[in-house]
Design a binder for this molecule. Structure first.
Ligand code: HAM
Length: 430
C-alpha cells in the first residue's frame, strides 16, 4: 500500500490539467532566479533615477492599435475580447503603449523616467523562447529629444546584461529618421519592392500593401535578394536625423558601449522614429536571439491624447535573457531556499519555537513535519540544501542547548546554549 500523505482529493479523474499552450509554470529555483533578475534590473535603472510604474495588464484595445495596424502584434496576436460591460479590452502585448497612456492620463513632471516589469500576452506560435505569456523588464522616458538620452537608455540595457554576467550580447543600432524621413523612406521602399513584386513571397506582397517597412522583417528565403538590394534608411536621413543619430553613437563611443550599425533593423512595432536598437544574444539560436529592443517613439504620446511629447525606451525579454544566461552558464539560480534546517527529535514542539526564533532574527529556517525519525529529518535537511542544521533531542532539551551542525563544509558540530544559538549561526554563515 502507498504510504505518505493522502492523494489530493481534487484529482477526480485521470485527467491532469496542463498550463495552456504558450504558458508555463516557473517553479523554484527558476522563480528565485527570475525575481533576482528583476531585482538587479531595478538596481541598474534605479541608479539612473528611473521610478517604477505598474500599469494594468489590460487596456482599451484602441491603446494598442497605435502599435500599427500592419504589425503582427496588432493584426494576429492580440488577446482582445468584449468584457461584461461591452468594452473591447485587450491583454497588453507590450507595455510601452500602456506606460505612455498612463503618462497621457496623469501628466507627471518631465522628464518622466519610468521602469516596469511584468507579463505580456501575444498569440504567437509557441516554441523555445517564444511564449504567449512572456515577461519583460523595461524603461520608458518621456520628454527630452536629446540624443544623449537615447544613449543613456541603450547603455542601461547594456550595463544590465553586463551585471548578469552575459558576455556574448551584441547591440545593433539604426535610425529610422524623423517621421517625415520615414514617410519618404517607406515610399522609396514601396517603389523598390513594387517594381519586382512578382519576386516577393505571397505573404510579403500582402505586407507590402500595408507597410513596406515590414517587408524588411521577412525571414523568408524568397524575399532575401530583394531585401538585400533595398534602399537603406541611413541614406534617406534628413540632416537633423543624421545629427541626432551621430549624437547617439558618439555618446555610446564615449562610454565604450560597443555597437554595430544595422541599416535593416526595423523592429516589429510601428511607433518608432529615429533611434532603434536591439540586443542579440549570440549564445541563442537566431530564431529567439533578440533578447531585447527598443527605440524612439516621438509621436506616440500625442497619438494617445497627450501634448506632443517625445519618448524613448526599451523592453528586455526575461524568459529569453534567462535562456541566454543558461547558455553562457551565468547568473545561477540560488542553491538553497533556507540557511538553517531545524531537526527536532523530541516530537516537534521545539522546532516550532526554534524556527520562529531564527526567522525573527532575519535568517531563513525550515523544518520537517509529521514527527519523522532523526534519519528522515536529516535527509530532509540535506535536500533543503541549508548550510546548517540545528538539532535538538531530549538531552539538549533538558540541558537548554542545541547542536549546530555544518551540513555543507567541514567545520563539524558544536553544542551551544539556546542564548548562543543565533550568534553561532550567524558566525558560521558568514
Ligand atoms: P519587442 O521587440 O516586441 O519590443 O519585445 C521586446 C523583447 O521582448 C524581445 O526582444 C524579446 O526578448 C521579448 N519578447 C517579445 N515577444 C516575446 C515572446 N512571444 N516570447 C518571449 N519573449 C518575447 C517591445 O515590446 C517594445 N515595447 C520595446 C520598447 C520599449 N520600445 C520602446 N520602449
Amino acid at each position: 500500500m502507498r504510504s505518505g500523505p493522502p492523494v489530493a482529493s481534487y484529482i477526480v479523474s485521470d485527467h491532469v490539467f496542463r498550463a495552456p499552450k504558450g504558458t508555463r509554470d516557473i517553479l523554484w529555483p527558476d522563480s528565485a532566479r527570475w525575481r533576482n533578475l528583476v531585482e538587479v534590473f531595478s538596481e541598474v535603472v534605479g541608479s539612473a533615477g528611473y521610478l517604477e510604474v505598474i500599469p494594468p495588464m489590460f487596456e482599451h484595445v484602441e491603446v494598442f492599435q497605435r502599435l500599427g495596424e500592419a504589425t503582427d502584434v496588432v493584426r494576429k496576436e492580440m488577446y482582445s475580447f468584449e468584457d461584461k460591460g461591452g468594452r473591447t479590452i485587450a491583454l497588453r502585448p507590450e507595455q510601452t503603449a500602456s506606460v505612455v497612456r498612463a503618462f497621457a492620463e496623469h501628466r507627471p513632471a518631465l522628464p518622466y523616467k519610468a521602469w516596469y516589469a511584468g507579463p505580456n500576452f501575444r498569440y504567437e506560435r509557441a516554441q523555445k523562447g517564444r511564449f504567449r505569456q512572456f515577461e519583460q523588464v523595461g524603461v520608458e522616458v518621456l520628454g527630452p529629444t536629446d540624443p544623449h538620452l537615447d544613449a543613456e537608455v541603450i547603455a542601461l540595457g547594456w550595463r544590465f546584461y553586463e551585471r548578469l554576467g552575459l558576455r556574448r550580447v551584441t547591440l545593433l543600432v539604426n535610425s529610422l529618421g524623423s517621421a517625415e524621413d520615414r514617410v519618404r523612406y517607406v515610399e522609396a521602399l514601396r517603389t523598390h519592392f513594387t517594381v519586382d513584386q512578382d519576386a516577393l513571397s505571397e505573404e510579403s506582397r500582402v505586407t507590402l500593401e500595408a507597410n513596406p517597412l515590414r517587408v524588411l522583417d521577412s525571414q523568408r528565403e524568397a524575399d532575401a535578394p530583394l531585401i538585400a538590394a533595398a534602399p537603406r534608411m541611413l541614406d534617406h536621413l534628413s540632416a537633423d536625423a543624421e545629427a541626432h543619430f551621430a549624437g547617439v553613437t558618439e555618446a555610446l563611443d564615449a562610454i565604450e558601449v560597443p555597437y554595430t550599425i544595422s541599416p535593416r533593423l526595423v523592429r516589429g512595432l510601428d511607433y518608432y522614429v529615429r533611434t532603434t536598437f536591439e540586443f542579440a544574444a549570440e549564445a541563442l539560436d537566431a530564431a529567439q536571439n533578440a533578447v531585447g529592443g527598443g527605440g524612439r517613439y516621438d509621436g506616440l504620446a500625442a497619438d494617445l491624447g497627450a501634448p506632443e511629447t517625445p519618448g524613448v525606451g526599451f523592453a528586455l525579454g526575461v524568459d529569453r535573457t534567462l535562456l541566454a544566461c543558461d547558455a553562457e552558464g551565468v547568473f545561477d539560480a540560488p542553491a538553497a531556499a533556507v540557511d538553517v534546517f531545524v531537526v527536532d527529535v523530541t516530537g516537534g514542539d521545539e522546532a516550532v519555537v526554534l524556527t520562529d526564533l531564527i526567522r525573527v532574527d532575519g535568517l531563513r529556517a525550515d523544518r520537517a513535519w509529521d514527527g519523522r525519525s532523526m534519519k528522515a529529518q536529516m535527509k530532509a535537511a540535506d535536500r533543503s540544501a541549508a548550510a546548517l542544521a540545528v538539532i535538538v533531542g531530549e538531552d539538549e532539551k533538558a540541558a537548554g542547548t542545541v547542536i549546530v551542525r555544518d551540513l555543507r563544509g567541514d567545520s563539524g558540530q558544536e553544542t551551544v546554549t539556546r542564548d548562543q544559538m543565533i550568534q553561532t549561526l550567524r558566525t558560521r554563515l558568514r
